[in-house]
Design a binder for this molecule. Structure first.
Ligand code: MF3
Ligand code: CO
Length: 248
């Protein structure tokens, strides 16, 4: 069942979204060569608590941290570690959620550590554009296939692989609600969204193959060809004539 949020509920989701956004800003600021991913996770955890919120991911199905930090060929769900340090030339994705007053925000950004190659820069940019291509078509009555098409057709026009084994999702009182929001689709197909629905749109775009491996730590997802991958995500609310981004 897809829940439709009231004005009051949307206001609470804006609060959770703002904390999520600010946590990402903090992480982006701290993303420098030499910092450990555990240190970044700790900073995010402390910030979220300071805001009177809870990290949505911590203990979610046993996930052991507040942030997913995924570097280069890691697509999503990288686990922060005291032994893993950011290095110049890497792209790193931060994915974080905050739970406040009964509602979740969920968002992700991929950023450069120091100087990165033009190829990586392009991948990061196009992944962000994919989200905004989806946003252009998002409004009351749009079909999920139109959203997926907007994302995958943009990514594929650059020769990139679109991850199909992981998808976006409805969000609200639960971090993962109905419906699934795939980053691929066929125009004119799929269920229709309505004003008041809140979803997380999260393109995961690979420089090479769309195929991924699920790693032995039980969480980390990597590209099969070990080429880089980027991730960009926002929580959005569908409106009568468009959408409101809750995490920018
Ligand atoms: N942010 C992820 C998503 O968009 C969820 C992370 S899984 C977790 O669905 F276990 F780390 F929480
Ligand atoms: Co999500």
């Amino acid at each position: 069942m897809i829940s439709v949020k009231t004005k009051e509920q949307l206001e609470l989701m804006r609060r959770a979204g703002a904390i999520t956004r600010d946590t990402l800003r903090l992480l982006e600021d701290k993303a420098r060569a030499g910092v450990s991913t555990a240190e970044l996770d700790k900073a995010a955890y402390e910030y979220i608590l300071k805001c009177g919120a809870k990290p949505s991911f911590l203990n979610y199905h046993g996930y052991p941290a507040s942030v997913c930090i995924s570097i280069d060929e890691e697509v999503v769900h990288g686990i922060p570690s005291k032994k893993r340090f950011l290095e110049d030339g890497q792209i790193v994705s931060f994915d974080v959620g905050a739970f406040k007053n009964g509602y979740h925000g969920d968002a992700a950004r991929t950023v450069a550590v120091g100087k990165i190659s033009p190829e990586k820069q392009k991948l990061v940019e196009v992944t962000r554009q994919c989200f905004f291509e989806a946003l252009k078509v998002l409004k009351d009555g749009v079909r999920l296939g139109d959203i997926g098409w907007a994302i995958c057709s943009h990514a594929r026009s650059f020769g990139y692989g679109v991850v199909e084994d992981l998808v976006g999702h409805g969000i609200g009182r639960e971090m993962h609600e109905d419906p699934n929001v795939p980053n691929f689709g066929v125009r004119g197909r799929g269920i229709r969204l309505a004003a008041g629905m809140t979803i997380a749109i999260e393109p995961m775009i690979n420089m090479g193959t769309s195929a991924v491996d699920f790693c032995e730590d039980g969480w980390t997802v990597k590209t099969k060809d070990r080429l880089p991958s980027a991730h960009y995500e926002n929580t959005v609310a569908v409106t009568a004539d468009g959408a409101e981004i809750l995490t920018v």
